[in-house]
Ligand binder design. Structure first.
Ligand code: MG
Length: 175
């Protein structure tokens, strides 16, 4: 079943939004670098790779099904935050927006009876649970830490150990 134009358009928009997400996290990495929090900068760099992999998964889905991916301009990200807590609060709020967008694409796939798209989106539903959990946990840790510099540096070291992201999948249904 060839993908519908409407569904292809909405997934195209999501490719752009995932690349925008990568750009936001790279902006956050650069902010952390300047604040001398290299562990948090590293955590954000891994997140950039994850967002690129998300974009590629959507990209593969359209191309595998005879659709055409069209690149568009990527919006400029925020560049300033008031604290590490502010950064992770922003990241968590952003991931909630991503989840809502992906649910909307799922509703559209449902309304068209597009089970292939639904299958591909199932992976994203699980992934978004992880994304919201990861960002909200770090936000909560930073809330507890408050003004304790020692604890902040401990957390920075911990986040610096985040393993590299998996390479982008070569097809949209890869595990
Ligand atoms: Mg994403």
């Amino acid at each position: 079943m060839e993908i519908s134009q409407e569904l292809s358009d909405s997934i195209n928009d999501q490719i752009n939004f995932e690349l925008y997400s990568a750009y936001i996290y790279l902006s956050m990495a650069a902010w952390f670098e300047q604040k001398n929090l290299p562990g948090m900068a590293h955590w954000m760099e891994v997140q950039v790779d994850e967002e690129y992999a998300h974009a590629m998964r959507f990209y593969r889905h359209i191309t595998e099904r005879g659709g055409r991916v069209l690149m568009k301009a990527i919006k400029g990200p925020e560049t300033e935050w008031s604290s590490a807590l502010d950064v992770f609060e922003t990241a968590y709020e952003h991931e909630k927006i991503v989840t809502a967008r992906i649910y909307k694409i799922g509703d559209l796939a449902d309304s068209q009876g597009d089970r292939a798209a639904k299958g591909m989106l199932e992976w994203f539903y699980d992934e978004q649970v992880e994304e919201e959990k990861n960002t909200s946990e770090i936000r909560d840790n930073l809330k507890m830490i408050g003004d304790n510099v020692h604890a902040l540096l401990m957390l920075d070291r911990e986040l610096g150990a985040r393993p590299a992201a998996a390479a982008p999948p070569t097809d949209s249904t890869a595990p």
